[in-house]
Ligand binder design. Sequence first.
Ligand code: AMP
Ligand code: MG
Length: 338
Amino acid sequence: METQAFKPELADLKKAAQLIDDGELVAFPTETVYGLGADATNPAAVKKVFEAKGRPADNPLIVTVADPEQVADFAQVSAAAQVLMDHFWPGSLTIILPTKPKHLDDVVTGGLPTAAFRLPDNQATQELIKLAGVPLVGPSANTSGKPSPTTAAHVWHDMDRKIAGIIDDGPTTVGVESTVVDLSVSPATILRTGAVTEEELEQVLDEPVIDVTQPTAVDDAVHPKAPGMKYRHYAPDKPVVMFDPLDAGELAKAVQDSDAIMALDDTLAQLPAGQTQTWSLGKDYQSASEQLFAGLRYFDDRADVQRIYVERLPEIGLGRAYNNRLAKASGNQFFQAD
Ligand code: AMP
Ligand code: MG
C-alpha cells in the first residue's frame, strides 16, 4: 500500500477522514506522541491496527475523542470523570471508565468491561475526528515494543506502506505518552505515568489517588494492573543503560567509541569533548521528555553505535514519567561506577 503524506490542512484532513471512513489507518499528531488512528466503531479497521503495530491482541486501545460528550455514547461518565475531563482535556490524561454493554467491540477493549478515553490537545486531530464523525482508536504509531514516535519521520520509519496516511504536524511537545488513570476502581489509580501527575489529580479530584506504576512491584509481571504493562516497551534494538548524573565522571572514563550518551546539557558539559557521540536532552525535564524517544531512535539507526547511555532524572513531576519510560527501555540496566 502507498502511504499518503498529509498536511494539517482542511483539504488533507478531509481526505484522511475519508480513509478512516473506508476502514483504513491514518497516523495523527497529538501533543504526547503520534497516534495510529482507525474508526473505533469498526472492528475490522481496528484489527488492522494490531497487524500494523504487531501488537498483542489482548492489549486494549485508547479511544480518542474530539468532544467530551462523545464519551457518554460508550461509557458511564461519573461525576469524578466529568471533573477530570473539564479540568485536563484537551490534554495528556487518559481516563478509564466502565463501558456501556455492547457499545464497544472486544477488539477495542481487550474484552474488558472498561475502556480508556482521551481528548488530545491538537487542532488537526480534533478536526479529523469531527470530520470522520466517529472516535478513533489511537495507540502510539510505532511498531509494538519500540520507542513511541514523536515526529512524523518516526512514523514513516515504522509504518511506511503499512498504513494509508500520515498527518505531519511537526514534532510533539510533551514527548511521553499520556497519564492513564483508572476511575473504574476506587481509589482512582494511575496505571501509566505522564505529564499529568498524581499530585495534580489528587488536587483536582480532592481525593487520594494511588500510583501502581512503581517498578518495585515484582508481581506486576505476573499480574499486571494494566494489560499493556506485561509487554516490553519503548526499547530500541541496542542495549540502553541508565546512569546517575553523579556518575558522569566515572562514565566518561568507561565509555568506548561505539557508545553514545544522552544527557542534559549541564551533564554533557561535564564530559570531556571526545569521540563519544552525544544527544542533548536540553536543559530540563520538559525538554528531556520531549527528546528521549527521538534520541533512542536516532542512535538505534546508527551503525557505529553499539550501546546507549541515558541520564536518569530525579523522581519529581514529569521526571517520573521520563524515568518510567527509560527504565523500561533499558530493562532496568544501570551504569555502576566501580
Ligand atoms: P498505547 O496503546 O501505547 O496508547 O497505550 C495504551 C495503554 O492504555 C496501554 O498500556 C493499555 O494497556 C492501557 N489501556 C487501554 N485500555 C485500558 C483498559 N480498559 N484498562 C486498563 N488499561 C487500558
Ligand atoms: Mg504505545
